[in-house]
Design a protein around this ligand. Structure first.
Ligand code: ADP
Length: 580
């Protein structure tokens, strides 16, 4: 899903794919188009009716008062029909267009939920956000216009042009000869708009991603005094977008005046022609009205072309997300993994994210109910081991087993239901404390939430929050201390009550008091479960049933604390470095 994917030749095909989303709304769409057709026919009625009224009022036909009156009332009647049908046409088709984009956005979001972590680790956050916001917006306005105009205007064009031909073919033919003059600039500028629009959308993504990076990295930016550098970088992107926007504005806005100039030349020629032929005024009115009613459809249909071009770039960027296949998904014959009874196992597992091997020939049995501590220098592959257990990734070689069954053959949900992850960067959502604890088990009762909070030693401090369990914790939980956030995460895991617990212990030390409470909460959480913990605390390591020492993606040692100390190798060195 790189940016260059947007220049594939299957663009138009992509746009047609969007129409699949139209299917559920077909009745509404068709009624909208029906009113559009009626609306188009009112143009023909006016073209034919008004000259008749003109002639009767100005006495060419010598009509009676009642005849004139009947004719005159036709005008407001037609205008009422015209207004009503125009309103209904626009309302119904706009409804459909807006709804299509809402459906697509929902579908893209749902698809994002299915995509695996490898997608997120490579994705550019700003670019993704801009695809779902501004690209959808772009496509939305384009589709509204297209859907609105696609039937009404061609029908007006067809009926009015036919009427004109029948009325005076020489006059109409002359108009047809002039038409290509209008179309030439449209073709030229349409291409320009298309090219600039794509670049513009891409630069929009760039702006959002710069913003995202800058805001999330604000601490570093300030600490290193890089504000001027950041402002300059942002300015470059921003002004590039300005230039692109102006290129689009120039191309789009040159079109209407061009068409108007051509039209005025046409009017001049028409007057000359009428004078030469000694035409009656009613007839001339008819021709003039015909040309007038043609102008709008031609103008809009020409814009339609550029609108479609503009929307193609956006729809392509949206659809390319839907085209990304989740790398971890249930196999067709995936079966439920029953609750763990015996053991988790790494069987000769090797793994790489990209070119470099991160784990090599790891074999490890984790008996159910035991606590395994993973120890090793940074980059040794500890987090990767947890990632494989959660099936965030599948092993490149070898297999992950639960009670002897390959995880790849089981349903993802049946695995993840059995696991809770408590990681050092505690993720809280900007929601109430209650909902943060219930995250993962939204059906939990109030009593269960409070019980979990109590066991996580969180109940006390939650009650001291301004609104208790209804307190909103702020973006990423900024309103809470580190220890409090950890205890909420622990409460969340306790409530989920998983058989398997994956723990990524915080490296940053809490103050002694918080440390003690968090430790108590963890003790409560660990009891009776299979635990794999990336351990940084001596107490955790000492209590583990088995310590596994990783280095460079391999298991270099394993044993109990005492055994490993006695062996005097890597574990001993790490231990002395960290805890002496
Ligand atoms: P640890 O948790 O022991 O510090 P990790 O499992 O996080 O080690 O990382 C092991 C190696 O894998 C490191 O060299 C790291 O750079 C690499 N790595 C981790 N995550 C990714 C990723 N998403 N893409 C590519 N390489 C990664």
């Amino acid at each position: 899903m790189s940016a260059s994917a947007s220049s594939t030749p299957s663009r138009f095909h992509n746009w047609l794919r969007l129409l699949v989303f139209l299917r559920p709304h077909l009745p509404r769409f068709l009624s909208g188009q029906f009113f559009g057709v009626l609306n188009a026919l009112t143009s023909l009625a006016l073209m034919k009716g008004v000259p008749k009224i003109w002639d009767s009022v100005f006495g060419v036909q010598g009509a009676s008062l009642s005849e004139v009156f009947t004719l005159i009332t036709m005008v407001p009647v037609i205008m009422i029909v015209r207004a009503l049908t125009s309103y209904l046409n626009t309302y119904l088709t706009s409804w459909v267009a807006n709804r299509i984009i809402t459906d697509i956005r929902q579908k893209v979001f749902e698809h994002l939920q299915k995509l695996s972590l490898d997608f997120y680790s490579k994705a550019n956050v700003g670019d993704l956000i801009s695809r779902i916001t501004s690209d959808c917006q772009q496509a939305q306005s384009a589709i509204t216009t297209v859907v609105n105009d696609m039937v009404r205007h061609p029908i007006t064009l067809l009926t009015v042009a036919t009427a004109l031909l029948v009325k005076d073919w020489q006059f109409s033919l002359a108009a047809v000869v002039l038409a290509p003059l209008c179309i030439l600039p449209i073709a030229i500028y349409g291409r320009k708009v298309r090219r600039s629009s794509r670049l513009h959308q891409e630069s929009q993504g760039e702006i959002v991603s710069r913003l995202h990076e800058n805001i999330t990295g604000a601490r570093v930016v300030k600490a290193f005094h890089m504000e001027p550098y950041e402002a300059k970088k942002f300015g470059e992107t921003s002004y590039r977008q300005f230039a692109l926007q102006m290129r689009i504005v120039r191309s789009v806005n040159i079109l209407s005046p061009l068409i108007e100039i051509v039209a005025s030349l046409g009017a001049m020629a028409a007057l000359l022609y009428a004078f030469q032929r000694g035409m009656r005024s009613g007839d001339f009115w008819e021709l003039l009205l015909g040309i007038f009613f043609l102008y709008d459809p031609i103008k809009n249909l020409s814009k339609l072309h550029t609108t479609i071009q503009k929307s193609l770039a956006s729809t392509d960027r949206i659809l390319s997300i839907l085209d990304t296949v989740p790398s971890i998904a249930d196999a067709p014959a995936a079966r439920e993994l029953p609750p763990i009874r015996d053991a988790l196992e790494f069987r000769d597992v090797s793994f790489r994210y990209d070119a470099k091997w991160v784990l090599q020939n790891v074999s490890l049995r984790i008996p159910h109910g035991k606590t395994i501590a993973l120890v090793g220098p940074s980059g040794a592959g500890k987090t990767t081991l947890l990632n494989l257990l959660l099936r965030f990734y599948d092993p490149t070689r070898g297999a992950m087993l639960m009670d002897g069954a390959d995880l790849r053959e089981g349903a993802l949900l049946s695995l993840r239901r059995q696991i809770a992850l408590v990681s050092q960067d505690t993720v809280l959502f900007n929601d109430t404390i209650r909902n943060n604890i219930r995250y993962g088990r939204m059906d939990a009762s109030e009593a269960e939430v409070i019980e979990a909070a109590r066991r996580a030693h969180a109940h006390e401090f939650v009650l001291h929050q301004p609104n208790g369990y209804d307190t909103v914790v702020g973006d990423k939980g900024v309103k809470l201390s580190g220890g409090q956030k950890q205890r909420l995460a622990i409460a969340r895991a306790i409530l989920k009550n998983p058989a398997i617990l994956l723990l990524d212990e915080a490296t940053s030390a809490l103050d002694t008091e918080s440390e003690r409470v968090v430790q108590q909460a963890l003790d409560e959480l660990i009891r009776g479960r299979t635990v794999v913990v990336i351990a940084h605390r001596l107490s955790t390591i000492q209590r583990a049933d088995l310590i596994v020492v990783l280095d460079g993606g391999r298991i270099v040692e394993q044993g109990t604390h005492a055994e490993l100390l006695a062996r005097d190798r890597l574990y001993r060195r790490l231990h002395d470095l960290q805890f002496r």
